[in-house]
Design a protein around this ligand. Structure first.
Ligand code: EPU
Length: 421
């Protein structure tokens, strides 16, 4: 297993190119199951989760070709296997987004029921309720969801849950509805840019989806879809992580290939901490010159502050000149980074879904353990600013979602070495 050995503190300065978004690419890749011909996606990041999705699609009869520049061509070739096995789903929950396309295109799907994960319980009841509303028969057999439908029928589906809408649930129901008979209206749909991107690909494949990126999606089913060419949107979470890194290290970073309009809540919060964040040449610049100011952050569905940046911003606030409250409204247990940050000298007290962060003047290097993707990014950021050596174990979590993170950080002044343990 690889570890990162980080020497701090460092000040980041320079240019970083943001990769295509993992959380957009995964459902886009699943959508290739719906087409009659090849779907070509550009700017697909080279990540562990993407390789897992390629493996899954391979088992489902989709031939894949990946080029060095991140272009992936997916050609549905064989419809015999419609089983997403536990061995793959347990590695990556996002595997569940093949359920909708398999059901719509092949009339059946068997997908292992995903369990919880390090960020808490993650039910998929809304996905299943939505597919049932379209006429699917759903059973549970040996830990697998077994879904069947001769042809799905359009319906009005409400996807709101106790924590807001569901991103992958919206993707699943939308991908099922594009081949259903008649009109589907999804109310309380997720508004994340990754969902709007999926709607764009589906429309390029011949679907009739309107309202992508809003809480009301209207989908008029068609009989068949073709393949299409599509470019994956930039990763707003990777971009937000680099903005936080720039602010945290009193650095100066220019991010290219990033959509600041997808990150307005994040930009606003970083400005409240005293950082300067501005659009620049189709990207963004961040600069900071003084001690972080405290602020309160509450995670919310898009366009609110994303849960996937909560941990990284907590590292920033750990160095603020005062108290901040960080409240998690999407995954109330997503605080595995807190005990690790405490090992580095942070002062954080958890009260239910809120962490009270009392800023300290400095963090100190320590051996820490990554528990999940975003928590591990928060620990890498902490290592950049901490005095001395920080060793981050289990960096395979980081590798699931950040393309060449240590290379990108080292190019702008960080001192990180990847070693095999
Ligand atoms: N929920 C339900 N029932 C459902 C589905 C979700 O109650 O059927 C709840 C969840 O437990 C959670 C909330 O609704 O409290 C939102 O979950 P959502 O379904 O939106 O999450 P997801 O689609 O499984 C995606 C991202 C996550 C990101 C969340 C929230 C992908 C591949 N994953 O997950 O990304 O945190 O949306 O924005 O798109 C990450 O990249 O590190 C990551 C975890």
């Amino acid at each position: 297993m690889d570890i990162f050995v980080i020497q701090g503190p460092s000040r980041l300065k320079g240019r970083v190119e943001i990769s295509g978004a993992k959380n957009a690419a995964l459902p886009l890749m699943a959508a290739s199951l719906l087409g009659e011909g090849p779907t070509t996606l550009c700017r697909v990041p080279d990540l562990a989760d993407i390789r897992t999705m390629l493996e899954l699609l391979g088992e489902l009869g989709v031939a894949a070709a990946r080029e060095q520049d991140g272009t992936v061509t997916l050609t549905p070739a064989d419809a015999d296997c419609s089983h997403a096995r536990y061995d793959i789903v347990r590695k990556m929950r996002a595997s569940v987004c093949v359920l909708g396309p398999l059901l719509a295109r092949r009339g059946q799907a068997r997908v292992s029921m995903p369990g919880g994960c390090a960020i808490g319980a993650r039910p998929i009841d809304l996905h299943l309720r939505g597919l049932q509303a379209l006429g699917a028969q759903i059973d549970l057999d040996q830990g697998d969801i077994v879904a069947r439908a001769k042809r799905l029928r359009g319906a009005t589906v409400f996807l709101g849950g106790p924590f807001g809408s569901t991103v992958l649930g919206t993707a699943n129901v939308m991908m099922a509805a594009v081949l259903a008979e008649g009109r589907t209206v999804i109310e309380s749909a997720a508004c994340e840019p990754e969902i709007a991107d999926l709607a764009d690909l589906l429309n390029a494949m011949g679907a009739h989806v309107s309202g992508g990126g809003t809480p009301r999606l209207v989908i008029d089913g068609v009989d068949e879809l073709t393949g299409a060419d599509h470019e994956v949107i930039p990763d707003r979470i990777e971009a937000g992580t680099f903005l936080a890194a720039g602010a945290l290290t009193n650095g100066e970073l220019e991010l290219s290939h990033c959509r600041i309009d997808h990150m307005l809540a994040v930009v606003e919060k970083l400005r409240e901490t005293g950082a300067i964040v501005e659009p620049s040449n189709g990207g963004a610049v961040v600069a900071a010159t003084r001690r972080v100011e405290p602020t309160d952050v509450t995670t919310q569905p898009y366009p609110g502050f994303p849960t996937d940046l909560q941990a990284q911003v907590m590292t920033l606030l750990a160095l603020a000149d005062g108290n901040s409250a960080v409240t998690e409204k999407i995954f109330p247990d997503r605080f595995m980074h807190v005990p690790e940050l405490l090992r580095m000298g942070a002062n954080i007290r958890k009260e239910g879904p809120t962490a009270i962060v009392t800023g300290v003047k400095r963090l100190v290097g320590a051996p820490v353990m990554a528990s999940d993707l975003r928590a591990s990014a928060a620990l890498v950021l902490a290592g950049l600013i901490a005095r001395g050596t920080t060793t981050v174990r289990r960096v395979y979590h980081v590798d699931r979602g950040y393309e060449h993170i240590e290379r990108k950080l080292c190019d702008v002044g960080a001192r990180i070495e990847r070693l095999s343990e």
